[in-house]
Design a protein around this ligand. Sequence first.
Ligand code: NAD
Ligand code: MN
Length: 498
Amino acid sequence: MLDYTHQDWKTRAEALTLRGQAFIDGKFVDAVSGNTFDSINPATGAVLTAVAECDTADVDLAVAAGRRAFDDGRWSRMAPGDRKAVLLKLADLIRANLEEMALLDSLDMGKLVTDAATVDAPGSAHFFQWYAEAIDKIYDEVAPTGPGDLALVARVPLGVVGAVTPWNFPLDMATWKAAAALAAGNSVVLKPAEQSPLSALRLAELAVEAGLPDGVLNVVPGFGATAGRALGLHMDVDSLAFTGSTGIGKMFMQYSGQSNLKQIWPETGGKSPNLVFADCEDLDTAADMAAVGIFFNQGEVCSANSRLYVERSIKDAFVAKLIARAQAMQPGDPLDPAAKMGAIVDEKQTQGIMRFIEAGKTSANLVAGGERITVGGKGCFVQPTIFDDVSHDNPLARDEIFGPVLSVIPFDSEEEAVTMANDSIYGLAASVWTDNLSRACRVADRLHVGTVSVNTVDALSAQTPFGGMKQSGFGRDLSLHSLEKYTALKTTWIKYKA
Ligand code: NAD
Ligand code: MN
């Protein structure tokens, strides 16, 4: 697959069968209303397929299917080793269908198919495998009571878990939620983003093929204000894992208060700082990674390193390196292995990014990119863009743009760098570049974020929790810690004759 040409990918894309129906109780079904919406390829503007437009009635059916499955124990009370076997099989099926999964995300939201084939789709298989392997290795507690009392403290599944996910990593965001929630024994109702529902639907089909019982994983494509809201307000959803914007994360907290006090786990926006100190010896690697940190996935990454703080003595030399890298990362057809960046997810997001860029042209110093372009005369593409000498209070330095736009801000002291980095409503991630160990530890200690990457960007693994502080939300995906979102502590106290 990694030696496929542009034409190879195009041929395979044309041969794909796209399924846009909802997946409820183990079957593909139309929305109750019969309504559909179009799934669009942002690289061409072409309609990929019609997708079921789910609403309250469909969410009700999906939650009821999940509840029936949970209550009769077909998954929730299956032996841990058997659940493990099903999810391991699912990981294998994702690997066996890697090319298709990669194409679905690339066509639906514009990411490079080579990234989808090397990062997103293998990542999904890996995370299912990782949680599958964990299932029969987690032990519960016996509390230290006296003789005559046996107090068991167990983590038990909650019931029906809702998941509402964004479009930037469609398959992986669905996986981060579903793999952990299913491993813990729950039923899941997933509402993928309306821009990119296709891979989640195929994932649910593969899960049933792997042996997941009907009704345990349901996918209800549709819009946020209807299907997403219905899931948030549902009286029979026990926990809701959300990844998306901070504004919608706040709405989910309200939905909970207005309905059944379901647990809400928001993982929301970011404006992550990247701090480059003059005592970083390998500035070429730092520049390579700073470019990856903002331009990977067209900058549509919640933890994108969108604020670059550079020590003033090296700032001009460092920015020159970055400009060269940006110029070498021009967007192209996402199906072309030679392209360095793909398409922006849709017209609305593209226009939003361009509004920030146009405002930046009069308030900061544009040094690379800055234009919307087409590829083959079509599509939503934005050049990798760098603004230098951005003032700390410029919206370029404060607001999440969620596109390939980097703001460079010079600093004179460690104190000033840390203060500016922390002066944000967000706290998802940060990077620090220095070869001074004490400085690395000192700065990492003081950064108020969920993940600090030292001498790298966006460090992430199945083994480590991912999530934010402040208005980046408080949910954690990945690692065994994410199982806490999908389980409750349950005490069973037994009296016996000592
Ligand atoms: P979004 O908040 O617009 O949408 C996310 C999901 O919420 C979608 O499924 C959408 O349909 C749904 N939704 C929208 N309005 C809703 C409503 N009124 N009620 C219920 N559901 C609703 O975000 P987006 O544009 O899809 O994604 C980009 C955002 O996601 C960025 O802010 C990014 O930082 C964030 N993100 C965060 C993480 C993380 O782990 N912290 C990861 C990826 C993306
Ligand atoms: Mn789309």
